[in-house]
Design a binder for this molecule. Sequence first.
Ligand SMILES: NC(=O)c1ccc[n+]([C@@H]2O[C@H](COP(=O)([O-])OP(=O)(O)OC[C@H]3O[C@@H](n4cnc5c(N)ncnc54)[C@H](O)[C@@H]3O)[C@@H](O)[C@H]2O)c1
Ligand SMILES: O=P(O)(O)OC[C@@H](O)[C@@H](O)[C@H](O)[C@H](O)CO
Length: 443
Amino acid sequence: MRPHRTAGPPVRIVHLGLGNFFRAHQAWYTAAAPDSAHWGIAAFTGRSRTLAEELSAQGGLYTLVVRGPDHDEMAVQTAVSAAHPGTDLGSWCAYLARPRVAVVTLTVTEAAYRRRTGGGLDLDDPDVRADADAIRRGGAVATVPGRLVAGLAARRAAGAGPLAVVSCDNLPGNGAATARVVHDLAAAAAPALGEWITANVSFVTTMVDRITPRTTADDVRAVARLTGREDAVPVVTEPFTEWVLSGEFPAGRPAWDGAGARFTGDVTPHETRKLLLLNGGHSLLAYAGGARGHDTIAAAIADPVCRRWLDQWWDEAARYVPLPAADLAVYRRALLDRFANPRIRHTLAQIAADGSQKLPIRVLPVLRGERAGGRAASGAVRVLAAWIQHLRGIGAPVDDAGAGPYRERARSARDVLGLLAPDLSGDLELVHALDEACVAFNG
Ligand SMILES: NC(=O)c1ccc[n+]([C@@H]2O[C@H](COP(=O)([O-])OP(=O)(O)OC[C@H]3O[C@@H](n4cnc5c(N)ncnc54)[C@H](O)[C@@H]3O)[C@@H](O)[C@H]2O)c1
Ligand SMILES: O=P(O)(O)OC[C@@H](O)[C@@H](O)[C@H](O)[C@H](O)CO
């Protein structure tokens, strides 16, 4: 018997990127908020139909398995009122045209923002160009910036008023990053819409954190066994959760603070802490742990060599996190426990994906800072070397649409560095250290 119901809370939030993390995080906060009865979510997948169909067959309900180191807690989640495939642009625009819809949230991966190095929208990307044309002609868009602009055009045409767009992806300054790609596309395709967006749309910046791996067939069976309900699409997550937000919600929002979210004037210190220590640490373990034959974060962190490398990376990265040393020490201890949770099967392959998009965010700021300070940057160099080994075919298979040019150059660490960080490619000491670090993985 699947969990089912006929209607959920009224839709006031629209989400793009229906996947596991959204269901463990934003949907959980929305259901746990004291005013949850008034805030339902219409969630759209990026592209595929499968999850939208499975979830629709369950009336939007699914089981969230909160997996601690020694036991699971399971609860049916109720915030998703409707699930749609991302290709259903008619429903997407129709929701955004409703005055009651007040918030759009996003979890679409770093790559989906279609940014060029430096942050603006990549207007040379053929998909982006096709979307700009489609917006001018009123045709079907495909990219995330395209969908946002098309939805906002529908809202403007309907006179539905202002709203907030909330990125929940692991990008620094994700609010400003989203605003930039939306404005760039509107400027290219519909300049008058750009003015309306400036006056009516608030781009909220957030730091999001809850380790949420892919669901396995074992997870599905465990939910059926322990609850007596067949749930085709449960989500497994860790007990820890954090959400820090900054920005305006001109049409209102759920009382997420009642569920533990924090609203602040500046997300930056929290975001830097999380991106460099957690996500940077994850990337190190994904590539270096893969090179040492591990396949999950828990296995990699149990390896004393990986653990030592992680400490070295954290010592370097901590210099760039504007928070007191005592806070960082507490955070590092907690992260070790989270990474070591043996019951969370977070695969290195999942984390290794899209390295060409992630390393510039998680690792390069530290590398640049260390070299500018005249230091060796051995921790950052090791992450980069481990990624180069990954591009050479060691560890998890490469799953990264942007990896092509890097793989072509992967035999030369210097060429990879030249492409990833041209400003550093003349640093011969760094190039030498990178070569040595690559060799050390083979030894
Ligand atoms: N999983 C986590 O632990 C976690 C934690 C914090 C933040 N996040 C953020 O959430 C994102 C999604 O993670 P997830 O675990 O839910 O992944 P997931 O694979 O379960 O879901 C990803 C969703 O994004 C969509 N998507 C992927 N690429 C896209 C593209 N190019 N264009 C449009 N849509 C696209 C997919 O179709 C899917 O709907 C991450 O990339 C990260 O930015 C994840
Ligand atoms: O989700 P990604 O692909 O950006 O990165 C992989 C992991 O580092 C990430 O998902 C973390 O588990 C997460 O950011 C924890 O909150």
